[in-house]
Ligand binder design. Sequence first.
Ligand SMILES: *Cc1c(COP(=O)(O)O)cnc(C)c1O
Length: 218
Amino acid sequence: MSLTEIRDQIAKAEADAGRAAGSVSLIAVSKMQPDARVEAVLKEGHRVFGENRVQEAAGKWPRFRESYDGIELHIIGPLQTNKARQAMELAQAIHSVDRPKLANTLARLAQEIGHCPDLFIQVNTGEEPQKAGVLPAETDQFVAECRKLDLPVRGLMCIPPVEEEPTLHFALLARIAARNGLEGLSMGMSGDYVEAIRQGATHVRVGSAIFGARDSDM
Ligand SMILES: *Cc1c(COP(=O)(O)O)cnc(C)c1O
């Protein structure tokens, strides 16, 4: 699908859901994509990108930033504490805050560096043992802990179980965010971003629909 078609679908989903035009941010997930594809999307004027791994992001985005202004980078994958500083220096948002140890590290580094990216707390809505994220029942407590640390928590993020209908997971995330007074909802990927917007997504993370299949998926 072209970037224009995806933008049109997002605009339509916003309108259908009675949401303001432009209220959903499209994060183009460029992980494991060849530079030429990423550059093509930059040339089309898109500036908001997502990466899973800090290492990979550090290897390509400083370079792209030399040629393109206004790039906004989102780290959306699991973050090790020893990569936190690098992530904070590279990215405008981190979507994968998922444990107290990481929250403490981010808070300490924020003091030291003097700024902190926007943060999303990842919620394991499917309670899958292999998946990162705080459990739904523990989320209120964790949000409160992060706020006590003065962290800029903007919202919640989830990745629904692959084999399940995503709608219930999106709705659950929206409920948990609402009761915690959080506006940001990072949910929806290539296969389900339209549905996610219906359920209130403010940030959709779309990779393969924009760039094509990743090397690892082929
Ligand atoms: C890879 C990835 C995406 C994008 O997935 P697509 O199915 O290619 O759109 C979104 N969110 C996270 C956390 C990812 O790791």
